[in-house]
Design a protein around this ligand. Structure first.
Ligand code: NAD
Length: 516
């Protein structure tokens, strides 16, 4: 056992074991397997999870399809009752699961808990929605006819998730899919199997209570496939999976999207972002500083919505940047479970290497790099803490146009508002965006058709984070999918247009005559 600047190595495996026990996960599930779970806080191993084999994965999906055939017949508000119980289990286990998220993904304590709160919120949303899966009644041109649309369950919903929201992304999809009458099959990130085990156990508790109340839920309603990319591909290629919701890098989406298209399956793609904020001359700089600091450094830069490009108007550049630098110098980096820590570790060595590569490319492109170095490495060789980096750069080029999943904020000076709007949109990703301004014209222009081209556009709030009530997702290489609130549920159902003739004649549409 070594003591590091952060904590004692080997302290977290024991704690994870206790938490998993309290959440109802059997120890045999995370001992003796090939999939190695680690905590980025110390780099220590926290579990060995059993991977599923290819044949077993196929069989699990087949069983989920059989379960769908039954579940679709359960009335939607009854399906909502299962999700209500899941929400109750999550409330009861919020502390334990939130802590496990922090241990496994390295999030600060409040963000670990926040992730579980997001799961609770989507359950509440889905329960209400289970009584609101409305179709339209549509005016028909034929007399004594009625035209309407019906929304029907779709089938097995495949869920592929990333390490950085190890459980919330599952819940966004699972809660909607379940109330929509679908069964679910989840391939969690291979970097975060323990939180997936815990989530599976909580859903099982909810299922047991549901059945004890007399609810009818088939056994294979939900499956979790532990494994890597190869297992994800089985889910993507399986003929009985009509919808796959895949969250992760654009590189992953580039492989997954054509495979789904080939068999005409639906995709909800939630891929990489390269999010920006524009700070205009009238911005409230105190508010902006807090918004920028959280969005750029929070979660150690490992959110899909992390702020990565900052456009500062030349009139405030020299007042705002020194204040931002001071925030970067003074931010507390370290053990995310300790009170007061704001920036935890990167997920692993590969994340650190890609950050350093981007920073050297930025230097080569003429960027002035501030911060970005490894810190707290003494004793914990496999824990990667970094000081978040600020890069002053004059052109939007090189690493600035790519997503590096680490805390690097590129700062670019601008003069002309219309030109900065163009620059803002001149990257291939389109997830989230912000403007900090008190000028009504600028704010409205940013939200208008000639403004931000992203799925999320905010005023006087950073781009990072979202509430579940709105639809979440982005354009271009972010993949175009929408999850969570608004009418995102429609992607999980199939729409049938129905026309009923209650008359005694058969008028044809468009005045067509066909008398036999
Ligand atoms: P990743 O692409 O490495 O992995 C994501 C998931 O995809 C994992 O479960 C992985 O096993 C699986 N996968 C990889 N290749 C696959 C393939 N060919 N077929 C099927 N499954 C495959 O991403 P990551 O490093 O875990 O997460 C970080 C990335 O995720 C960032 O790019 C981030 O922006 C993105 N992200 C996006 C959103 C969003 O909502 N837009 C949310 C969170 C993360």
């Amino acid at each position: 056992t070594t003591t590091t600047a952060t904590r004692t190595i080997n302290s977290l495996a024991g704690e994870a074991d206790t938490l998993l026990g309290s959440l109802g996960v059997k120890r045999s599930r995370y001992t003796g397997g090939k999939l190695i779970a680690r905590s980025p806080i110390t780099g220590e191993i926290t579990g060995h999870v059993n991977e599923i084999g290819a044949a077993d994965a196929q069989a699990a999906i087949d069983r989920a399809h059989a379960a769908f055939l039954e579940w679709r017949l359960v009335p939607a508000p009854k399906r909502g009752e299962l999700v209500r119980l899941l929400g109750e289990e999550l409330r009861a286990s919020k502390q334990a699961l939130g802590r496990l998220v922090s241990i496994e993904a390295g999030k600060i304590a409040s963000e670990g808990l926040g992730e579980v709160q997001e799961m609770i919120d989507i359950c509440d949303f889905a329960v209400g929605l289970s009584r609101q899966l409305y179709g339209l009644t549509i005016a028909t041109e034929r007399s004594e006819h009625r035209m309407m649309e019906s929304w029907h369950p779709l089938g097995v919903t495949g869920i592929i998730s990333a390490f950085n929201f190890p459980v919330a992304v599952w819940s966004w999809n699972a809660a909607l899919a379940l109330i929509c009458g679908n069964s679910i099959v989840w391939k969690p990130s291979e970097k975060t199997p323990l939180t997936a085990l815990a989530t599976e156990a909580l859903l099982n508790r909810a299922l047991e209570r549901f059945k004890a109340e007399g609810g009818k839920a088939p056994d294979a309603l939900s499956a979790v496939l532990f494994g890597g990319r190869d297992i994800g591909e089985i889910l993507v290629d399986h003929a009985k999976v009509p919808l796959v919701s895949a969250t992760g890098s654009t590189a992953m989406g580039r492989i997954v999207a054509p495979r789904l298209a080939k068999r005409f399956a639906r995709a909800i793609l939630e891929l990489g972002g390269n999010n920006a904020a524009i700070v205009t001359p009238t911005a409230d700089l105190d508010l902006t500083l807090r918004g920028v600091a959280f969005a750029a450094m929070g979660t150690a830069g490992q959110r899909c919505t992390t702020l990565r490009r900052l456009f500062l108007h030349e009139s405030i550049y020299d007042t705002f940047l020194p204040r931002l630098k001071r925030a970067y110098e003074s931010v507390t980096i370290g053990d995310p479970l300790k009170d007061g820590t704001l920036v935890g570790p990167l997920i692993d060595a590969a994340a650190f290497a890609s950050m350093q590569k981007a920073l050297s490319e930025a230097r080569a492109a003429g960027g002035k790099v501030f911060g970005g170095e490894r810190v707290l490495s003494d004793g914990a060789d496999e824990a990667y803490y970094v000081r978040p980096a600020l890069v002053e750069i004059s052109e939007q080029t090189g690493p600035v146009v790519h997503e590096t999943f680490a805390p690097i904020l590129y700062v670019i000076k601008y003069r002309d508002f219309n030109a900065v709007l163009e620059l803002h949109n001149a990257v291939s990703q389109g997830l989230s965006s912000s403007i900090f301004t008190n000028d009504l014209r600028e704010a409205e222009a940013f939200l208008s058709v000639r403004g931000s081209d992203c799925g999320i556009a905010n005023v006087n709030i950073g781009p990072s984070g979202a509430e579940i009530g709105g639809a979440f997702g982005g354009e271009k290489e972010t993949g175009g999918g929408r999850e969570s609130g608004s009418d995102a549920w429609k992607a999980y159902m199939r729409r049938a247009t129905n026309t009923v003739n209650f008359g005694r004649t058969l008028p044809l549409a468009q005045g067509v005559k066909f008398d036999v």
